[in-house]
Ligand binder design. Structure first.
Ligand code: EPZ
Length: 424
């Protein structure tokens, strides 16, 4: 396995370009199988999760060509409607294929995804939503067995659980509703920009969807969809991660070709720390300061502060001039990065779904271990500013969601290199 070796203390300056959004391309690739005609998707980031999704699509029988950030998919040869555990356990987001499979063929046999380090990842809302559309669902030997033998019929669906809306359950239900008979109303739908991107893709395919981007999405089913050309929106989580790389090192960093309006809550909290944030039509510039103020952060579904930027913000706040309280309302257990940040000299105490982050004067380089995608990014951010050398092991987590991560950091002046991790 590989590790990152980072020499801390370099001030990051300059600009990078945002890649396409991982959490948009995955459900859109899944939705592209809901027709027999070809789709062409541009702005696709070269990420491990995208390669995994391509592998699953090819396993199902689709023809997929992925080059120069463009994917061409021909779903006409798909002949399987099952997703084995081997695929699903490596990427929970493969669940976004469940709806499109049922919409395309009226059936699916899907391994239950299980949990992951950020918490149990239930799929009760996905199941409830599909059942409301006429899908018969059984759980057998660790598999979801879905069968729409009586056809798909629109319905009113309140699609939220104890933790609010669900991004991929909204994606699955919207896909099935697009090819169901009659009208479907999804109440308390996820409003994430990636869901808006998926809805826009479905509308291009011929779906009839209104209320896009709102918590109430109305879909009038159609008989058929067609393959289309589409460009993926920029990745707001990658954008926020690089802005924090500039802020934490006290530098001036611009992320170009991003969508500032997708980062309202993040920009508001970052500005509250005293860091200067300037946004234009498709760029955001952050100008770091020597010491910043603590702020409280609560994660919520969009448009709230994104849970996927919580770990990175925690790394930044570990050096604030005071105490910040971070509350996780989406994944209450998503704090695995706190222990590793404390190894770098941070002072973070956990109390259930809250993390009390007492700002320290400095962080000291050490060996730390990545555990999930966004926690890994937080450890790299801390390593950029920690005194001396930081080694982050198990960086394969990072390549799931960040395209050219170390190249982009080096372009901003970071001292970061990838080495073989002989001890792992
Ligand atoms: C998506 O996951 C993202 N992944 C996650 O990003 C992101 O953290 C999450 O949304 C929240 O924004 C992709 O889009 C591929 P949810 P998803 O269903 O859809 C509960 C990353 O780092 N819930 O919106 O699986 C759930 O436990 C990844 O890029 C149910 O109770 O998340 C959580 O508390 C990590 N029942 C809340 O809803 C369900 O059936 C939100 O989860 C489904 C979810």
């Amino acid at each position: 396995m590989d590790k990152f070796v980072i020499e801390g203390g370099k001030i990051l300056n300059g600009s990078i370009t945002a890649s396409g959004a991982k959490n948009s391309v995955l459900p859109i690739l899944a939705a592209s199988i809901m027709t027999d005609s070809k789709s062409v998707i541009h702005g696709v980031p070269k990420l491990q999760d995208v390669y995994t999704m391509v592998k699953i699509l090819e396993y199902l029988g689709a023809k997929v060509v992925f080059k120069n950030n463009t994917i061409e998919i021909d779903p006409s040869t798909i002949a399987r409607y099952d997703a084995p555990y081997e695929f699903v356990k490596t990427m929970r987001a493969s669940i976004s294929l469940l709806g499109p499979m049922v919409a395309r063929a009226g059936k699916a046999r899907f391994s239950l995804p299980g949990g992951c380090v950020i918490g149990p990842r239930p799929i009760d809302l996905h199941i409830k939503g599909l059942q409301k559309l006429g899908v018969d669902i059984k759980i057998e030997d660790g598999f979801i067995v879905a069968d729409a033998k009586n056809g798909l019929k629109g319905n009113y669906i309140f699609l939220a659980g104890a933790f609010g809306s669900s991004v991929l359950a909204t994606a699955n239900v919207m896909c099935v509703a697009a090819l169901s008979k009659g009208e479907t109303v999804i109440e308390f739908a996820a409003c994430e920009p990636e869901i808006t991107d998926l809805a826009n893709f479905l509308v291009k395919m011929g779906a009839k969807i209104t209320g896009i981007g709102s918590p109430c999405i109305i879909i009038n089913g159609v008989k058929k969809l067609k393959g289309v050309e589409h460009k993926i929106i920029p990745d707001r989580i990658e954008t926020g991660t690089f802005l924090l790389a500039g802020a934490i090192t006290g530098g001036k960093v611009t992320v170009e070709k991003c969508q500032p309006m997708h980062l309202g809550a993040f920009i508001e909290r970052l500005t509250e720390t005293g860091v200067q944030v300037k946004s234009g039509k498709n760029y955001i510039t952050v100008s770091g300061i020597p010491r910043w103020k603590p702020v409280d952060v609560v994660t919520f579904a969009y448009p709230g502060f994104p849970t996927d930027l919580q770990a990175q913000m925690m790394a930044f706040l570990s050096l604030a001039d005071g105490v910040s309280v971070i509350t996780e309302k989406v994944f209450p257990e998503r704090f695995i990065h706190a222990g590793e940040l404390n190894r770098l000299g941070a002072n973070i105490q956990l109390d259930g779904s809250k993390a009390i982050v007492k700002g320290v004067e400095k962080l000291l380089g050490a060996k730390v271990m990545a555990s999930d995608l966004r926690a890994s990014a937080a450890l790299v951010l801390a390593g950029l500013v920690a005194e001396g050398r930081t080694e982050v092991s198990r960086i394969y987590h990072l390549f799931r969601g960040y395209e050219k991560f170390e190249e982009k950091l080096r372009a901003l002046g970071a001292s970061i290199k990838r080495e073989k991790d002989t001890l792992q």
